[in-house]
Design a protein around this ligand. Sequence first.
Ligand code: MLT
Ligand code: MN
Length: 309
Amino acid sequence: MHIHVLGSAAGGGYPQWNCNHENSRQARRGDPSSLQRTQSSIAVTSDEERWFLFNASPDLRNQILETPALHPKYGLRQSPIQGAVLTNADVDHIAGLLTLRESQPLHIYATENVLQALARNGIFDVLNADFVKRIPLVLNQPNPLMGPDDSDARIVVIPFSVPGKVALWLEKENGEIQTANVNEDTIGIQICEADGTTKAYYIPGCASIPKWLAARLKESPLVLFDGTLWVDDEMIRSGISTKTGKRMGHISVSGDDGTMAAFSSLNVKRKIFIHINTTNPILRTNSHERKEVEKAGWEVAYDGQEIRL
Ligand code: MLT
Ligand code: MN
């Protein structure tokens, strides 16, 4: 199996277009210690030919351009991209679907909740139903990913709910906001070979790590995990926003109740932060926070990163 990181930043990317925080300024002026990053998504293949996107970011067009493996290979209209698997309905994970219009056969896999959100929003009808099939994921079961020609892509996903919340753009119609729901709004994905061997977990959004989730991830070969914020009040401290990470449905990297602490005894072989916000100091290779995550055995995902499993 082969995972290609298409984008490693949280919604807005790094630097976010309107962010004038020093972190963002460094990336904008091309400082080599602060690599620019597009919005989070990975591409996965088991045969180097058929690829599935895991989330479809607003930066997808450029991500495809930057990734020769995803370019058309023959004929006049063709794509190695077989479809997309979605972990929630956040803008940074679904807006890229609009880039995939143009009558290309595809399969979109997502939970019923997320498919309903797409169905209620007419703009996604640009994905012509004659070509694009929307397939509900069955939680906690192996779901073999099938290409649009109904060929087995030899990737099996086991989706499972993780603590999270409904997408920001759907908050209004959901009444009282609950930020650590465990339902179909936010899922993690266990990515397996066709024979059922677990290769990786992809969890780009997660509000907390309860004991059951820690137990599930224990001893696993690779986890790509929500690295949105270093500390819960990061955006408040820097005067950028009034929102905490908790309110946004994201656990923080540091602290006693943070991700590094929760993973410290899990013996996960490879741990990679992804979906990293433009304000997070781990984006700068020379920050002490970056050194701290590296000391704890974590990597910080970057665009174009290749992971062979
Ligand atoms: C998030 O990760 O919290 C969302 O992407 C926020 C957003 O929709 O901007
Ligand atoms: Mn996001």
